[in-house]
Design a protein around this ligand. Structure first.
Ligand SMILES: *Cc1c(COP(=O)(O)O)cnc(C)c1O
Length: 351
């Protein structure tokens, strides 16, 4: 079965081999305070920065999930208010999680078919602007250009970006925000169970002002440990190792991005000629390059998913209130071009 689910998704072919290597080399038993771990952690974070083009002065942290990152931001960085732009289920959840921790979270819903107004300017200072760069539930994205404008208008605030289903799949401009996070079961092509958080010096400065150290995952606590490439708890050493192996063998993000966009365009072209398969998102300017939702009647969606699974394709379920009227196709780097073409061929014959 080839999983086109937008996370957890298809893993890289080489993973079983990497797991074997990890067993052979004793990685599964190493102590997280050992020199071996420190070297592994240092290498993984430096590879991540190289491959994804992350500024040198940003710090990479290992977490257990993207959801945990929502919580870390709320507990360790939120001094005053947080402003949550959302047009779908993940952005809304982030807002709701933050609201439970801090009463000063403000929700700013926007329409799925429209872009965020890039001229918006927030008053005060040290607030946090929260944006889901790639909304996995409905296949929309916020462009680097818009993020850049929001940054330029709001230099006194922090910007936090949920890039869970786009990081390592498209080229992101890390300079335009202070906190970025993702989990590895999406574009990284790894199994579920680890998150990555990346912070700018400005974010760390704000954490120091708040000086919150009440949790095992308080950002300052994590930061103190990460100065020596360590973590505040026993991390998933195996996944850090697997991430390192995947990164060692991956191209620069510029080439990955090129391929992602090329495949996305193939889908766009394909769907143009399929009267029974309609892209959920009408406005091309806001369409995600890594998650492609297709709309239909509940009967059609149900039938196509069943038929696809009989042919060896796992289609992504619709998410939240789009569950019965859409299915989603992941366009993540671990999926092969030949697999996309096979899925297209199947869809042509099935509808
Ligand atoms: C998948 C996803 C999450 C949640 O990731 P976890 O690893 O389950 O915490 C959060 N935000 C977005 C945009 C996602 O796609």
């Amino acid at each position: 079965m080839i999983s086109f689910y937008p996370g957890p998704s298809r893993i890289h072919d080489a993973l079983p081999r990497y797991v074997k290597d990890a067993a052979r080399d004793g990685i599964m038993s190493i102590n997280h305070r050992s020199e071996v771990f420190v070297a592994l952690s240092q290498k993984t974070t430096s590879l991540l920065k190289q491959r994804l083009n992350i500024p040198k002065d940003y710090t990479v942290y290992f977490t257990s999930s993207a959801t945990e990152c929502w919580e870390i931001i709320a507990q360790s960085l939120l001094l005053h208010e947080s402003y949550h732009f959302y047009n779908g289920a993940f952005g809304k959840k982030w807002f709701e999680y933050t609201s439970k921790i801090n009463k000063n979270a403000v929700g700013l819903p926007f329409d799925r078919e429209t872009e965020i107004n890039p001229d918006i300017k927030f008053s005060g200072k040290q607030n946090i602007i929260c944006i889901t760069q790639n909304e996995t539930s409905n296949g929309t994205q916020v462009s680097n250009a818009i993020l850049k404008k929001i940054r330029a208008k709001n230099p006194g605030h922090l910007i936090a970006i949920d890039a869970t289903s786009s990081m390592a799949g498209i080229a992101l401009d890390f300079n335009v925000a202070d906190v970025w996070f993702a989990s590895i079961q999406k574009c990284f092509g790894l199994p579920a169970g680890m998150g990555i958080m990346i912070c700018s010096p400005k974010a760390i400065k704000q954490a120091k002002i708040l000086a919150e150290r009440n949790h095992y995952n308080s950002l300052l606590f994590m930061h103190d440990m990460m100065i020596n490439w360590q973590t505040s708890y026993t991390p998933n050493v195996l996944f850090i190792y697997l991430l390192m192996r995947v990164l060692e063998n991956s191209e620069s993000i510029a080439s990955v991005n090129k391929e992602t966009v090329r495949r996305y365009k193939l889908w766009e072209e394909f769907l143009k000629n399929q009267p029974n398969l309609k892209p959920l998102v009408r406005n091309k300017k806001v369409r995600s390059h890594t998650v492609i939702p297709i709309e239909g009647t509940p009967e059609f969606i149900k039938a196509i998913k069943t038929k696809a699974s009989k042919h060896g394709f796992l289609l992504g379920e619709g998410y939240g209130d789009l569950k019965s009227t859409t299915f989603r196709i992941a366009n993540f780097p671990a999926l092969k071009l030949t697999e996309h073409k096979r899925l297209m061929k199947f869809l042509t014959s099935a509808v």
